[in-house]
Ligand binder design. Sequence first.
Ligand SMILES: NC(=O)c1ccc[n+]([C@@H]2O[C@H](COP(=O)([O-])OP(=O)(O)OC[C@H]3O[C@@H](n4cnc5c(N)ncnc54)[C@H](OP(=O)(O)O)[C@@H]3O)[C@@H](O)[C@H]2O)c1
Length: 385
Amino acid sequence: MKRISLLGSTGSIGCSTLDVIGSYPDEFTVAALAAGRNIALLKNQIERFRPRLAAVIDEEHACALRRMLHADSATSVRFGPEGYREAAAISGADLVVSAMVGAVGLIPTLDAIAAGKTIALANKETLVMAGGIVLRRAAERGVPIIPIDSEHSAIFQCLQGHRREDVRRIILTASGGPFLHLSQKELTAVTPEQALKHPNWEMGKKITIDSATMMNKGLEAIEAGWLFGIPLSAIDVLVHPQSIVHSLVEYRDGSVIAQLGVPDMRIPIAYALAFPRRLHRRSDPPLDLVKAGVLEFIKPDRERFPCLQLAYTAAEIGGTMPAVMNGANECAVEAFIDAKIGFNDICRLIQEVLDRHSVQKEPTIDAILAADRWAREELEKLLRK
Ligand SMILES: NC(=O)c1ccc[n+]([C@@H]2O[C@H](COP(=O)([O-])OP(=O)(O)OC[C@H]3O[C@@H](n4cnc5c(N)ncnc54)[C@H](OP(=O)(O)O)[C@@H]3O)[C@@H](O)[C@H]2O)c1
């Protein structure tokens, strides 16, 4: 029986994780749940999974949640950064699922590592901002980091049983998002509602917009570089609109190993939770390649989707630059969702923030967090112009 602490339980990954946990009651129990503001959903999750601890964003939400729970509820409610820290480091948990969205996921993930928990990582922003530090601390503590992102789960699986020095190239697949075939001009006019309709995946808003701009693939390339110790120059991106081939590893003898599956996040989540075992997928139909039809692979267009290149460049510069790019992106995506800026402004504004940044090499966590705050302030200034 694995005991799990789930950070971001009310999100898309959080709900899919609880779906997996609920399907295998003999395999998993929930020690802690952490969410942001959605206390109505969190209450239902608490009643079903009975964690020892639940954490929310602030005192107001904690008080409201306590009022909603039965007086005899065995779940202690905590809040704020301390609450998240407790959830991440809760005694008795074997594995922490890091699935908050954005930069807020970094510190709780580090807390979980410090407490010696195995990490099942969905929050890619953690590695984008501070990959070097996170991996160093995980290695020092002997903590495995198992990816949940479908592409990274694919690569992780394709690497099992092979020598890392035999890898020539990693190929990350990308759906291409809802605007794959739109021209640069057409992209200026797309609305948040159109951008939030992903063709293949049901995900949170931020990652859905990141998929539409292809920033998501840039973030994933950085994540893959850290997770698998592969230089960015050996990480390629291929657009694959059907999202059946989740990624590929090319070896130096010319063999290419891919992982395939239906686009359902419960598959990589179940793999991460049960690793190194595999669980029986009971209810849903298996992959039917005949039904899937033609599988296409297209070179990504870095001119129409410049965020992809932006991420590669930020990562090559290194230091605080990826954290600045990530913070500016989070802010720009929010502004786009709120219809304050257009789709093509997202990349333009991030670029302006990057141009103003004086990079700090070998930053500490505090310097990374300061760079993240600075980037958001700079982007806000540009929005007010
Ligand atoms: N969705 C996917 O299919 C997918 C696939 C691969 C990787 N990922 C990665 O997984 C992470 C989560 O994505 P998602 O799609 O599940 O996002 P989501 O649906 O937006 O959920 C985000 C979760 O984070 C919580 N949260 C938001 N702001 C917070 C804050 N300031 N403090 C604490 N908690 C906060 C939310 O709580 P409330 O809703 O209660 O406020 C929610 O539980 C992202 O890093 C994403 O890139 C997602």
